[in-house]
Design a binder for this molecule. Structure first.
Ligand code: FAD
Ligand code: NAI
Length: 325
């Protein structure tokens, strides 16, 4: 196939996966993202108390191709294994819950992996694509939210969460319909730093009920450095009930829940950060892989096409790239 000009909208792991595969196939790829950096929900915040992973906490690797790739990332030092002392919390209380599952994190923060993967691909950040349309020559033109037009492109890959994809798929009604069906749940994240280490052996904990879904002692991940930092994430149900609450209310509730799980009175944190994810995870698992309207030259990928995990986002991007013709 001759070299095509391809726009990828979204620099999360799915978009990066599609972009790198298309670049390897000798196409001319430009990635657009509305944010300042890349990584999407694999996001981290750099702070004076250390790097905090606010989105994806770790990833697992089950697919054999993905495992091979993971080995390359490990060899390059882009990711490292994280072996926290793992607990679960249920009606019987807090229990150690060690397992054999290997878990990996980007180093020195989750989002760093996305920077490595993008490498020298053309990446246009802080560009929110508001709409896409085909011009008289059947080429794609992308308009951003400040009125600038980017193009022409022969093909486009839409790699944004389903609810945000709908607006970009107006010219491919069947794809828009599929994206509109794929609802996504919200989530709240609270990150805390303490002057003194909390007196607990817990380094990670599955809770999965009430306000709390997951607790992670962020500072135990390789390379994070800094103070004793913690990241807690809410369940989707609790987030739905508190979607419009202010950050102070969220911080109070989640600290209270953390205190109950750990069985500790928490000291005042040295710093605190609250983040709301409007589209944290797909409500339901589905098995689409990727979506395509080849007659229009438009392709779609993202975790919502395969299940809300980093590995699935990567695999969805690979599948979208494979179908580009
Ligand atoms: P995204 O990462 O959402 O990327 C989409 C990108 O598109 C974003 O960068 C966004 O800025 C951009 N964008 C959107 N609209 C536009 C537009 N109009 N124009 C330009 N750019 C646009 N997975 C795991 O495997 N393990 C975990 O522990 C884990 N924990 C998680 C915890 C939280 C709080 C969240 C939110 C997710 C977690 N996940 C986890 C899921 C994982 O983060 C996602 O599955 C994965 O990051 C999705 O990648 P993606 O590329 O499909 O989408
Ligand atoms: P995984 O294999 O570690 O976990 C899979 C599931 O098995 C977990 O959800 C957990 O409920 C259970 N589990 C695994 N090990 C356990 C243990 N030792 N003790 C008790 N329960 C255990 O990871 P996988 O499959 O890669 O999933 C990714 C993670 O990303 C999950 O934890 C998922 O909930 C999380 N996620 C969080 C999102 C959010 O918005 N907070 C969004 C998408 C994914």
């Amino acid at each position: 196939m001759s070299s095509l000009r391809i726009a990828v909208i979204g620099a999360g792991l799915a978009g990066i996966s599609a972009a790198t595969a298309l670049n390897e196939a000798n196409h001319m790829v430009t990635i657009f993202d509305k944010s300042r950096g890349s990584g999407g929900r694999m996001s981290s915040k750099r702070t004076e108390v250390g790097d905090l992973d606010l989105g994806a906490q770790y990833f697992t690797a089950r697919d054999s191709h993905f495992r091979q790739l993971l080995q390359q990332w490990l060899d390059k030092g882009w990711v490292a294994e994280w072996t926290p002392r793992l607990f679960r919390f249920d009606q019987q209380g807090l229990h150690e819950s060690a397992d054999q599952q290997q878990r990996f994190v980007g180093t020195p923060r989750m989002s760093a992996l996305s920077r490595h993967l993008i490498g020298d691909l053309r990446f246009q950040s802080q560009t929110r694509i508001a709409q896409v349309h085909r011009d008289d020559d059947n080429q794609w033109q992308l308009s951003d939210d400040v009125g600038a037009v980017h193009g022409p492109f022969d093909r486009i890959v839409v790699a944004v969460p389903a609810p945000q994809a709908v607006a970009l798929l107006k010219q491919a009604p069947l794809l828009a319909q599929a994206a509109a069906q794929a609802t996504m749940d919200a989530g709240w994240t609270l990150a805390l730093a303490f002057e003194q280490s909390l007196p607990t052996p817990v380094e990670a904990c599955f809770v999965r009920s009430g306000p709390l879904d997951w607790i992670s002692r962020n500072s135990t991940k390789p390379g994070r450095g800094g103070r004793d930092t913690w990241v807690v994430q809410s369940t989707p149900g609790w987030a739905a009930d508190h979607l419009d609450a202010d950050h102070e209310t969220i911080a109070t509730h989640l600290q209270q829940a953390l205190s109950e799980v750990l069985g500790l009175t928490l000291p005042s944190p040295a710093s605190l950060h609250v983040h709301r994810w409007l589209y944290a995870r797909p409500t339901d698992q589905c098995n689409w892989g990727a979506l395509a309207a080849p007659e229009l030259g438009i392709y779609v990928c993202g975790d919502w096409c395969l299940g809300g995990r980093l590995e699935n986002a990567w695999l969805s991007g690979q599948q979208a790239a494979k179908t580009v013709q």
